[in-house]
Design a protein around this ligand. Structure first.
Ligand SMILES: [Zn+2]
Length: 156
């Protein structure tokens, strides 16, 4: 896949992530969404599979396209948009939303790690580096979560 096509694929993965916000399922399904979004420009499913499984691709998605793509301990794939809402009302609503299972659910994408929470999620730390009770996140989801919190703090 040349650099141009790679960029196109990454942009479409971001677009799909924003559409679903947080999708959980097989990589095959994610590939179907991306191929559908790209239409006739899409590389074959095999090439997309190979490209999206690479750690380097996943790092680029996170750093340059505000998108997390990862497989969890139970081998389920997650596609999560890391785009921070610009609307403070929306940001505040999300910050105030308490997950149903606060000890095992990611505050940002709301995926429940259940028995793997200790491995998969990190505690949110406040400005004094103290853990915020009942607030845990995937490492990938931590940055947008803290950015969203900073946005609301500025508006207070
Ligand atoms: Zn998450």
């Amino acid at each position: 896949m040349d650099a141009d096509l790679q960029l196109k694929v990454l942009a479409h993965v971001k677009f799909v992530a924003m559409h679903y916000f947080a999708f959980k399922g097989s990589l095959e399904t994610i590939i179907t969404f991306v191929a559908y979004s790209m239409g006739s420009d899409s590389p074959s499913p095999d090439r997309l599979d190979n490209f999206l499984r690479r750690a380097e691709t996943q790092r680029r998605l996170e750093n340059e396209f505000e998108t997390a793509l990862f497989m969890d301990t139970a081998k389920v794939w997650h596609l999560v948009s890391l785009v921070v809402p610009m609307d403070v009302a929306i940001a505040r609503r999300r910050l105030n939303h308490r997950p149903i299972s606060p000890g095992t659910q990611c505050r940002w994408c709301l995926a429940d790690s259940k028995g793997f929470a200790g491995q998969e999620l990190k505690p949110e730390l406040d400005i004094y580096r103290q853990p915020v009770p009942g607030s845990f996140l995937h490492p990938q989801c931590m940055r947008p979560w803290l950015a969203m919190r900073a946005l609301c703090d500025r508006e207070n």
